[in-house]
Design a protein around this ligand. Sequence first.
Ligand code: URA
Length: 237
Amino acid sequence: MRIDKFLTEMQFGTRSDVRKIIKQKKVIVDGELITSIKLQVSPSKSVIQVDGDVIHYQKYYYYLLNKPAGVLTATKDRKQKTVMDLFNSVDYRDDLFPVGRLDKDTTGLLLITNDGQLGHQMLSPKQHIDKVYFAKVDGQVTTDDVIKFETGLLLKDGMQTKPAKLIVESYNSDSNISEVLITITEGKYHQIKRMFGAIGMKVIRLERKKMATLELEPTLSLGRYRALTDEEIESIK
Ligand code: URA
């Protein structure tokens, strides 16, 4: 790989920014000060220093974000805050994107990566990836409803959903609110809200807890993110 490509990928700016850094004699490769932007380096073997700091090559980045409500699942928006605005300047890269989509008012687990192949694979309907949501629903969710979810529902637009697991965790008769866990394997637009809509109920809060083998830990507060561990990356590949 050319040194200018290496440094661009490692977030040292555009090709022209990188050219400047090299011309300013700030880059050392294997102990030698370099001046050519065309120098070939080995990302895994060459020891590359910029301003004295050794730069370790990493092609793909994986983050687990606890999405807060009120933020769009998008990479950019002219008016509204997006999940990418939650990244600090050290971790932000313009090739990062969210895998799948949570509604603006939905909170919880969102995988963010620059690994296009993995993103594609995880969103493929053929993969049947489990996604687990916690929901507060207005009204009492009954065992009848559990069976309807298990059988598959006909949404108002005529679309049929695949079987989904619904567990009723609690029902508060004072507030008339049920707390449930739902596992779905698809990713239709507003799927959970539309599934409850199909049985005449309204979701008042929705949080994604799990996606494939990834799980949101309670210590990761809303709006915060962390890098996936090597084990987690292996488990989703
Ligand atoms: N289902 C929904 O209705 N909304 C989400 O954000 C995710 C799943």
